[in-house]
Ligand binder design. Structure first.
Ligand code: PAF
Length: 281
């Protein structure tokens, strides 16, 4: 597994690969990889070469969030990447990505206004800026993002459309533990008791999904049912439960078309997100 830390070196490698006619798949991550990331890598194997970036992006964390404590282990990540079949890891230092007088940001409105954009102000400005930079540095043909971060996926698709970025964005399904908890690097923060409590998120969302499958069309009733189940768990505190259009992330008054049912819930101090999408076209 080749580990590259500088923008100059990754550009040289990518340029050689392109000269040889190779297509490049890109999986942007913040590291501490799990089977969810590995499934993105496996999807990216449809390209000739797969690059994984590992960069805990300081500008997408707000004050008091877990930037300093976010789990980091490059040796473990190298093993996970090689197991999944990636060719190269790009792991720049923060000073390589952000010069002292860095001052250009990608600021989106619309799909970033609600859900995580509302409860984590500035988060998507950080995500869009770093993903845009990574796209410019790596210049892949296709980039792969998990549907667990459904709003992020919608935001990246919008950015690529709006800024005419010539990269195909591929969304990949949520990967879950056997008991239903969505895989996340942040699951490592959970104590044994919190890990059990976290199951309430998928349980509540599954209840909501069943309501929709049984014909419920009223988003308020579904949100209210999901909320009641989560509120029964003493270790859980809801950040948001929302039902929105999956592409525009705007509120809907009826379950119709491509709908995202999204939850962000604190289990103890750990904020977890999960969702399902219904009526996908
Ligand atoms: O989803 C993530 O891990 C991050 O938000 C991303 C896309 C790598 C940008 O830092």
């Amino acid at each position: 597994m080749k580990l590259v830390k500088t923008i100059k070196e990754i550009r040289e490698i990518v340029s050689e690969w392109k000269k040889e006619g190779f297509t490049i798949g890109f999986v942007p991550t913040m590291g501490y990889l799990h089977e969810g990331h590995q499934s993105l890598i496996k999807n990216a194997l449809e390209n000739d070469k797969v690059i994984v970036s590992i960069f805990v992006n300081p500008i997408q964390f707000g004050p008091g969030e877990d930037f300093a404590t976010y789990p980091r282990d490059i040796d473990r990540d190298m093993e996970k990447c090689s197991e999944a079949g990636a060719d190269l890891i790009f792991a720049p230092l923060p000073e390589e990505m952000y010069l002292n007088d860095f001052s250009t940001f990608v600021n989106m409105t619309g799909p970033t206004d609600d859900l995580c954009g509302k409860t984590r102000p500035g988060h998507f400005k950080g995500v869009c800026t770093v993903v845009n930079k990574l796209f410019n540095i790596v210049a892949p043909n296709k980039a792969y993002f998990g549907e667990k971060d459904a709003q992020q996926l919608a935001v990246i698709k919008r950015m690529v459309r709006d800024l005419n970025i010539n990269i195909e964005i591929i969304g990949c399904p949520i990967i879950r533990e056997k008991d239903g908890l969505a895989k996340s690097s942040r699951n490592t923060y959970l104590s044994v008791e919190e890990r059990k409590a976290a199951l309430v998120i998928n349980k509540a969302l599954t209840g909501g999904k069943n309501m929709i499958q049984n014909g419920e069309k009223n988003p308020d009733k579904i949100v209210s049912a999901i909320t009641s189940v989560i509120n029964e768990e003493p270790l859980a505190k809801i950040d948001y439960i929302k039902i929105v259009d999956a592409d525009t992330i705007s509120t809907v008054s009826e379950i119709n078309g491509n709908i995202l049912v999204a939850a962000a819930v604190y289990i103890g101090k750990t904020r977890l997100i999960d969702n399902f999408i219904t009526g996908e076209n």
